[in-house]
Ligand binder design. Structure first.
Ligand SMILES: *[C@@H]1O[C@H](CO)[C@@H](O)[C@H](O)[C@H]1NC(C)=O
Ligand SMILES: *[C@@H]1O[C@H](CO)[C@@H](O)[C@H](O)[C@H]1NC(C)=O
Ligand SMILES: *[C@@H]1O[C@H](CO)[C@@H](O)[C@H](O)[C@H]1NC(C)=O
Length: 396
């Protein structure tokens, strides 16, 4: 009798203890604001924008830090801007699905985060950009307004994006601009291989970026690195389908800032259009790309495993203008790139006639095409080969 009484009490204390642990795990420190307390409805149809914006402003105001809690369920969210500065660290905790409206938009983003220092976006949930409703509306050649990127960061610092999934963006999935210290950890990005311009992560004018452990399947570049990017570390990224990991396009506009300090290592690319690419428009105004290392990369049936293309001109109009790219590429290392190429020419180094590539290093290359050696085509490039070259193409 007495023992079952004590057991019962022990059990209830234990249950309360578990509940306390659970609550603190979900909510962490600081103020927790549930969007449903402001009227958000998980029915996938009711516009929950105002509720989510109110939850944001409450969490952002909190001096001890605030969490916007998005519970399971599908919430329709219109074009929104989450603006800082916030009074403490802010957490955007996504457990359900945030769904974009369908069709095109007059904005260049669906969700904009700006002027915030110290933001975490995490949770097991996802952001559904509703891309299929907009992909056919954009005509690149007609220069029509492009659809919105799903998530844009502008003037952000110290941001962690962890575990969440981005599905079917209308344009880029993530667009990072003018920011510092953006860290992606264990994110998933997914869109069909034939969806237009659905770059996974595009970074420009930003410092100190980390992308670690991402799975990216999309219709354009898995990661694209634009002008003004410095110190970016990319590792353990799986890319495919997609167009690979790309520096560029560079040289489209006047006065672009340089790209400096790119490290890409331990990545896997499967059935992508390109592997590791640097591209600049021709003709183009001057800028620089330097201090780039691609190391320990597995490619599996990749169309252009290694490609530097300084005659980039996708729409045939620019080729008629003539003239060279003035983007100076130097100090680029390709170390231990191994696997299979889907084309015979596995290495393309087409540099600018007026600004030759300087200090290109290729070390321990191991690439085959249909079980045979690949070939290489190189122009205007100063290349050094080192180490063991298996199926080595030598350009001079
Ligand atoms: C990047 O770093 C440089 C040098 O520290 C700094 O001048 C610049 O403002 C930074 N840019 C951004 C977007 O943080
Ligand atoms: C090259 O880039 C790496 C990674 O961003 C950086 O740590 C290093 O300082 C850079 N080296 C030079 C000489 O700029
Ligand atoms: C690279 O240059 C060669 C020789 O000029 C040319 O045949 C080839 O099409 C070029 N490749 C690319 C991808 O631009």
């Amino acid at each position: 009798m007495a023992s079952s009484f004590f057991f019962f009490h022990f059990l209830s204390f234990f249950v309360i203890f578990l509940i306390i642990i659970k609550v603190s795990q979900v909510h962490g420190k600081g103020t927790v604001v549930n969007i449903q307390d402001f009227g958000a409805l998980p029915d996938g149809k009711t516009d929950s924008s105002q509720a989510i914006l109110k939850a944001w402003s409450q969490a952002c105001k909190s001096k001890v830090g605030g969490t916007i809690f998005i519970p399971p369920g599908t919430f329709l969210l219109n074009t929104v801007t989450f603006s800082g500065p916030c009074n403490g660290p802010t957490i955007f905790n996504v457990n359900g699905v945030l769904r974009a409206p369908t069709g095109n938009s007059r904005y260049e983003y669906w969700i904009l985060f700006q002027h915030i220092n110290g933001l975490t976006i995490n949770g097991k949930g996802s952001l559904d950009g509703q891309g299929p409703s907009a992909w056919s509306l954009y005509n690149v050649k007609a220069n029509s307004r492009h659809p919105p990127s799903s998530i844009k960061f502008n003037d952000m610092s110290n941001v962690l994006i962890q575990s969440i999934t981005s599905i079917n963006s209308k344009f880029f999935h993530y667009q990072i601009d003018g920011s510092q210290g953006i860290h992606f950890e264990d994110v998933t990005i997914t869109a069909p291989g034939d969806s237009p311009n659905t770059d996974g992560i595009h970074i420009g004018n930003s410092n100190d970026t980390i992308i670690h452990k991402a799975k990216i399947s999309t219709g354009d570049d898995c990661i694209s690195i634009g002008p003004g990017t410095s110190n970016i570390h990319i590792s353990e990224v799986y890319c495919g389908p997609g167009h690979g990991i790309s520096i560029g396009s560079l040289g489209k506009y006047q006065n672009e800032a340089d790209v400096n300090g790119v490290v890409v290592r331990d990545c896997t690319l499967v059935r992508t259009q390109n592997g590791l690419r640097i591209k600049s428009w021709a003709p183009s105004p001057p800028s620089k790309v330097f201090n780039v290392t691609f190391e320990d990369i597995d490619v599996n049936h990749v169309e252009n495993p290694i490609i530097i293309d300084q005659q980039y001109c996708p729409h045939s109009t620019c080729s008629k203008q003539g003239g060279e790219s003035q983007v100076q590429i130097s100090n680029v290392k390709f170390i231990n790139i191994r696997g299979t190429s889907a084309s015979k020419v596995g290495v393309v180094l087409n540099c600018s006639k007026s600004f030759r590539c300087q200090g290109i290093e290729i070390r321990d290359l191991d690439l085959t095409f249909n079980g045979h050696e690949i070939t290489a085509t190189c122009s205007n490039a100063n290349i050094n080969f080192y180490g063991q070259q298996i199926a080595a193409p030598i350009c001079t």
